[in-house]
Ligand binder design. Structure first.
Ligand code: ARG
Ligand code: GLU
Length: 720
């Protein structure tokens, strides 16, 4: 009894409301949950100013950019601002050796010069609504996860259909709190988005992967695009007759800067967080998954970076790929370290003890939640080996570019061998392969990929449990004595799939009788073996694991909410629109060390190193610096601020999000987090977690003074 009481006191102590900084809140609910606290710490707006369906509000200026980032509308003519790294793919696709916009930057001087970006879309939220009851209609406690999932899926399809009938909008219903709640989002999708401006990489990617995820930071990480619509101001496919979008609202841009402890908030599309998981999940991610992925990615990066350094074409071809691999690689390093430093595992375990104590205190809670943690433990323990195999197969095996490309021919083989043969399926498969072939070889170096194959297969041969390797490993062991290098040399020496012209000639003349050429192709066989191993041995188990943990996690979430009745909960990020708020602030990364909350152009010059590509400084930028030619964009301390840190809780997907001041004016563009704080996807620490924003004044300075694009500044509403 005494133990129980100690337990309960601890439970109550745990129920303090969360710190102001933690949380990614639902815009529709801030009136109810947050506005008072936001105003208490400085916000000067009402909840209606931020999110309203009845009148124009801040939300009408926030868009999801290309699926993975955020952007904001900053002019009455649909001009949007996002990060350089968010526009990177689009800028890269427009680049060639002759027009190297990645290296040199790009600036349209009029609407006519703005470059269409096929495939790039921007999504604007029209409204949201809670639809839990409708989504769960007919769901009963006795249903298993499959039956429940099936029914919820049907319900959701119906809700989405009804929500958009006759509107031209698109709708999405998303689970929140692990399926305890559901929300509907009605969106307008814009498909004609054009590149307006991007700084050279020496500004937009200054510091490269060395500085990525780090503070102090000096990256001018921004790019500009414009939304085009049809004549009725509606989202439409690209047409040269389309016109610039006239938004319901666009953000005013502030030249006023910020002080330490100033209120700020971030409005955007955070992708994924996992704040309510168990210690078993944290253990798996930080101690097993992250270290393995980090190791495999390091091997890839060593190869790609060396090749990029010695060959300018490879540099263009692999820059976006390398950035993608490096980004998550470094994030995982920071995340595992951060959890360790926070004692994250022990904290979760302590919480679980209290949870167990709480469940065991009443027969009702015991019945509902008593066995939950034991089920989690068993489920994660059982899945561990499969998880490791899955990482080897996808990160290493499918990390070989030729393997991914060759796997695309499986369909053609299937159709060619069907009885009777369906000529139209064969023809359409050829057509789509011709398209992927052209796309694939634009950014491909067989020499680089051959090294990747050696390294990745080498890692699989030494690291994988022999029981879970692809079948072809028996052949590699027998014929090549398990030597990945000689095997890779054989594959590249004999495949017809590693060279663009050979593949295109093969496809142009293809007849189903030629299927044997594919079936004896070594790259094709390797790909089939790796993909089949994943599909047959891993995916079925992963599906069961996901279904079981989904269901456990839903119950656990419900239990956590029931136990901590006074706590304000925010749902994990799920790529829907959220608000995070906090303060401009510095932090102490180590004993006796404090990092100031802003950086300046002087810091760019300090970091300059002409011998290192990522630290070269454009002579014009240096000239402006030396002449202190900052125009109206310098701070009142008379320096040119470049970036700043604040305690807004953000994650991947928040890149490009506006960082706003108390009056809802744009003061920065979110582009990163500090390395010490990257564990905030699983556990937020107010003393260490900071978002990193580009100072909007640096962005304007580059547009105005470096690019001379005054016509863009003139479009904006600049407040002084
Ligand atoms: N870390 C930032 C984010 O997660 C920036 C990534 C792009 N930059 C890079 N060097 N890879 O997206
Ligand atoms: N750079 C990230 C993005 O692309 C934002 C940084 C983060 O993960 O917080 O969304």
């Amino acid at each position: 009894m005494k133990r129980l009481m100690v337990c309960c006191v601890l439970v109550i102590a745990l129920c303090k409301t969360v710190a102001a900084e933690e949380g990614m809140w639902i815009p529709m609910l801030i009136e109810q949950l947050n506005i008072k606290q936001m105003q208490d710490i400085g916000l000067k707006l009402s909840a209606e100013d931020i999110y309203s369906v009845n009148r124009s509000s801040l939300k009408d200026a926030i868009v999801q950019f290309g699926g993975g980032c955020t952007a904001e509308i900053i002019s009455p003519e649909g001009l949007i601002l996002t990060n350089h790294h968010c526009g990177y793919g689009a800028i890269q696709r427009q680049s060639s050796l002759e027009h190297d916009y990645l290296t040199n930057g790009f600036w349209a001087t009029s609407h006519d010069e703005e470059l269409p970006c096929p495939g790039l879309t921007v999504t604007l939220l029209i409204r949201m609504e809670e639809v839990t009851e409708k989504a769960l209609q007919g769901v009963t406690g006795s249903m298993n996860q499959m039956q429940r999932g099936q029914l919820v899926k049907q319900n959701i399809e119906k809700i989405e259909k009804e929500a958009t009938a006759g509107t031209g909008y698109e709708a999405k219903v998303r689970p929140f709190y692990y399926g305890n709640q559901y929300y509907l989002f009605v969106n307008e999708v814009f498909r004609d988005v054009r590149l307006v401006g991007a700084p050279p990489s020496s500004i937009g990617k200054f510091g490269g992967d060395t500085d990525n995820w780090m503070w102090p930071r000096h990256t001018g990480d921004f790019s500009l695009f414009r939304i085009y619509t049809d004549k009725d101001n509606k989202g439409a496919a690209y047409s040269k007759d389309n016109v610039p979008y006239r938004p319901k609202y666009f953000l005013p841009v502030s030249l006023k800067g910020y002080q330490k402890k100033d209120f700020t908030f971030v409005f955007g599309y955070p992708g994924t967080t996992r704040e309510y998981l168990t210690s078993y999940a944290i253990d798996l991610t930080t101690n097993i998954e992250n270290p393995l992925r980090i190791d495999l990615r390091k091997k890839k990066l060593d190869i790609i970076n060396a090749a990029m350094e010695s060959d300018q074409l490879v540099k263009i071809q692999y820059s976006a790929k390398a950035a993608g691999i490096a980004n998550f690689w470094k994030k995982m390093i920071g995340e595992s370290r951060g959890i360790k430093r926070l004692n994250g595992l022990a904290k979760k375990q302590a919480f679980e003890q209290k949870f167990q104590c709480w469940t065991d205190s009443l027969s009702l809670t015991m019945q509902r939640y008593g066995g939950l943690l034991r089920s989690f433990e068993a489920t994660y323990r059982e899945y561990r080996a499969t998880d490791i195999a899955s990482i080897y197969l996808t990160e290493a095996g499918q990390g070989i570019e030729l393997v991914r490309f060759a796997a695309g021919f499986r369909e053609l083989v299937k159709y060619s061998k069907a009885k009777p043969i369906k000529p139209d399926l064969v023809a359409s498969s050829i057509k789509s392969l011709q398209r992927t072939t052209r796309e694939f070889f634009r950014n491909y170096s067989a020499a680089v990929d051959k090294q990747l194959m050696s390294a990745m297969l080498g890692a699989m041969l030494t690291g994988m449990d022999p029981k879970s390797t692809p079948d072809i490993f028996a052949f590699i062991a027998k014929k090549y004595a398990g030597n990945a290098d000689t095997y890779a040399a054989y594959v590249f020496g004999h495949t017809l799939l590693a060279d663009s012209s050979t593949v295109l000639v093969f496809l142009a003349d293809y007849k189903p009788s030629m299927v044997k050429n594919l079936e004896k192709d070594p790259a094709f066989n390797l790909a089939v073996s790796i993909y089949q191993c994943n599909e047959n041995n891993v995916l079925p188990k992963a599906m069961v694991f996901n279904a079981v943990t989904d269901s456990l996690q839903r119950t656990y979430m419900q239990g956590q909410m029931e136990m901590q009745r006074d706590k304000r909960f925010y749902p994990d990020a799920n790529s829907t629109l959220r608000i995070a708020y906090g303060q401009v602030n510095d932090y102490c990364p180590a004993d006796a060390v404090t990092y100031n909350f802003f950086t300046t152009l002087g810091g760019v010059i300090q970091k300059e190193d002409p011998a290192i590509y990522d630290y070269t400084v454009d002579p014009k930028l240096k000239f402006l610096y030396l002449n202190r030619d900052f125009g109206p964009y310098c701070d009142r301390d008379s320096t040119m601020h470049v970036a700043f840190t604040a305690s807004n809780h953000t994650t991947g997907g928040n890149s490009g999000s506006p960082v706003l001041n108390a009056e809802g004016q744009l003061i920065g563009i979110n582009f990163d987090r500090n390395w010490e704080g990257t564990m905030s996807d699983m556990m937020y620490d107010p003393s260490q977690c900071r978002n990193i924003a580009l100072d909007i004044r640096y962005c304007l300075f580059i547009i105005d003074k470096m690019a001379g694009a005054k016509w863009l500044i003139a479009e904006m509403n600049i407040v002084r």
